[in-house]
Design a protein around this ligand. Structure first.
Ligand SMILES: Nc1ncnc2c1ncn2[C@@H]1O[C@H](COP(=O)(O)OP(=O)(O)OP(=O)(O)O)[C@@H](O)[C@H]1O
Ligand SMILES: [Mg+2]
Length: 337
């Protein structure tokens, strides 16, 4: 029996644009998600995180590669199988302001997926379930007849979570569920997700662009850059021993609460913008912003390899086959100790 509930295998999602241009939003990504874990996916804006989420959900066709959920390839499901799949996998969206229909009451918003899937025999039973869900996410039954605009951002996100839970799924893709919220509210929503995970044994794919919150919630983390994964390991290992220069740069951007350490530590500032996925750099896509780039980085795309137990990285610095006199053990460190 495999513990892997989701397998993403060399997945590509390209968008065809005008004049024959192609946006390579996701360009060959592989990872597995184990049952019951939270897998964090991080990377800066535009690197392809939402596109991966949407392609996994089957909202986008795959350009190449495949996604297997509980043994079945989701892009090959027939209509009946797809219905069953959507009961098991749900998505929480980035923007709690845009993702809830402003003309529907909270009750209607949460009950809609149950109606679509023909769950519960009567309206009364569905309403009972709506009340139950509201309470599970820290709201109450008095909220059922109100409209989304009457709620704060954090409360709206709770409504979005209640809706995602309505079909009792076992896998949830949370696409930046806290990015639009105040810092003080972010922790509350993260705690709610953690509690629900424990109570219901949920599996999460948690998408974010900031590593600090992801660490708190994730068991493993994949770091993305311009349509590719560059590093993947347990959340502890990623913080203790980051390998990829991009991961190091992301980590160094997180403030450390101790002012002495904060003052002394080396900060890696990434220069320049994320290149366009229409015309990505040759070889390693990160090389144009990498402080340790070597000649080989422009020539050859680094292989995705397991450099130590369950620690994957795509970087020529760790590639045994690359002969480069400058290739010493990476000197880039992020702490001052
Ligand atoms: N439907 C689409 N058609 C064309 N290009 C798209 C489409 N959706 C996304 N893209 C492009 O694909 C790339 C990845 O976009 P995506 O939304 O997946 O990034 P992201 O990592 O989720 O960013 P953010 O953190 O801002 O949400 C971007 O260059 C984006 O412009
Ligand atoms: Mg996104």
């Amino acid at each position: 029996m495999t513990n892997k509930i989701l397998q993403v295998n060399k997945l590509k999602k390209h968008f065809d644009m005008r004049r024959g241009q192609v946006v390579k939003a996701v360009d060959g990504v592989s990872f597995d998600v184990n049952k019951g874990e939270t897998f964090g996916l991080v990377g800066e804006s535009g690197c392809g995180k939402s596109t991966i989420g949407r392609t996994i959900m089957g909202l986008y066709e795959n350009t190449a590669g495949d996604v297997t959920f509980d043994g079945k390839k989701i892009h090959e499901l027939n209509v009946k199988e797809k219905n069953a799949f959507y009961r098991r996998m749900q998505m929480i969206f980035q923007d709690p302001y845009a993702s809830l229909n402003p003309r529907s009451t909270v009750k209607e918003i949460i009950a809609e997926p149950m109606e679509v899937h023909g769950l519960y025999k009567s309206d009364k039973e569905r309403l009972e379930r709506v009340y139950e869900l509201l309470e599970e996410v820290g709201l109450n039954r008095d909220h059922a007849n109100r409209y989304p605009h009457e709620f704060s951002g954090g409360q709206r996100q709770r409504i979005g979570i209640a809706r995602a839970l309505a079909l009792d799924p076992d896998f949830i893709i949370a696409d930046e569920p806290i990015s639009a919220l105040d810092v003080s509210v972010q922790a509350q929503v993260v705690n709610l997700l953690k509690r629900l995970q424990e109570e219901k044994g949920l599996t999460f794919l948690f998408i974010a662009h900031d590593l600090s919150m992801v660490k708190q919630i994730s068991d493993r983390i994949g770091v993305m850059y311009l349509g590719n994964l560059v590093e993947l390991t347990s959340s502890d290992k990623l913080y203790e021993n980051p390998l990829h220069p991009y991961t190091k740069a992301l980590l160094s951007a997180i403030p450390i609460p101790d002012p002495d350490i904060e003052e002394k530590r080396e900060r890696i500032i990434l220069e320049g913008e994320l290149p366009s996925p229409i015309n990505p750099p040759s070889g390693c896509a990160f090389r144009t912003r990498c402080p340790l780039a070597m000649d080989v980085c422009a020539e050859k795309k680094p292989a995705w390899q397991e450099v130590s137990d369950n620690h994957y990285v795509a970087c020529h610095l760790y590639d045994e086959t690359v002969e480069d006199p400058d290739k010493a053990a990476p000197k880039l460190t992020i702490s001052s100790q």
